[in-house]
Design a protein around this ligand. Structure first.
Ligand code: PGA
Length: 220
């Protein structure tokens, strides 16, 4: 079976108590060996999640959703790559919500990727088409804007075509599809040849829904 990455992006959601409840509900589930689960949580939750994941030996890698484009130092309100690396293995960079709502340009994103790689953080770099610049990274997520949070996913065939172009252009080894993925449509996406997994927002918030999604992907 082809190895798959199933990444959850909690965005700006969950208190510590809610995150602990999520982990408790998730912990009884059986995750097949060919599935890598990456949970991208807010900074405020990473420490507690990391501790609990270690104690319970859960099959989850942690990711952050952002990091500072600057090295550590006098940057009020910023989390430097070194601080993030303390708590996570992955970081999402270039999500369309950050590009749009926080005016993150390709130049800023390039600096963030450099900071991440300096400390060994693996990057999930988001783009909304196959034209946008892509720095050298471990994983690219193709997330068409129209599909994010709308309930209207791209078609698996079109996503596959775009992701083939992304792979050819960027030489990135792994590409995820993101945008309105659910337990009902995930199998169609991960069955496509160029698709190595998914990045899910809404469907990752409820542990049972997320586990159903993982199960559906695993059996595709
Ligand atoms: P969605 O979000 O699954 O809620 O559409 C995906 C994302 O923004 O990464």
């Amino acid at each position: 079976m082809k190895p798959l990455i199933i990444a959850g992006n909690w965005k700006s959601n969950k208190t510590t108590a809610e995150a602990m409840q999520w982990l408790q509900d998730f912990s009884g589930q059986n995750i097949p060996a060919h599935i890598s689960v990456v949970l991208c949580a807010p900074f405020t939750l990473l420490y507690t999640l990391k501790e609990r994941i270690q104690v319970d030996a859960l099959p989850i890698s942690l990711g952050a959703q952002n990091l500072s484009p600057f090295p550590e130092g006098a940057q009020t309100g910023e989390e430097s790559a070194r601080m993030v690396r303390d708590l996570a293995d992955w970081v999402i960079i270039g999500h369309s919500e950050r590009r749009k709502n926080f005016a993150e340009t390709d130049d800023i994103l390039q600096k963030k990727v450099e900071q991440a790689h300096r400390v060994g953080l693996k990057v999930i770099y988001c783009v909304s088409d196959d034209i946008m610049p892509i720095p050298p990274v471990e994983v690219v997520a193709y997330e068409p804007i129209f599909a994010i949070g709308t309930g209207i996913a791209d078609t698996p065939q079109h996503a596959n075509d775009v992701m083939k172009n992304i792979k050819a252009r960027s030489q990135v080894a792994k590409v995820l599809y993101g945008g309105s993925i659910t337990d009902r449509n995930v199998a169609l996406f991960v069955s496509e040849q160029a698709i190595d997994g998914v990045l899910t927002g809404k469907a990752s918030l409820e542990p049972i829904e997320f586990c159903n999604l993982i199960a559906a992907a695993a059996h595709s």
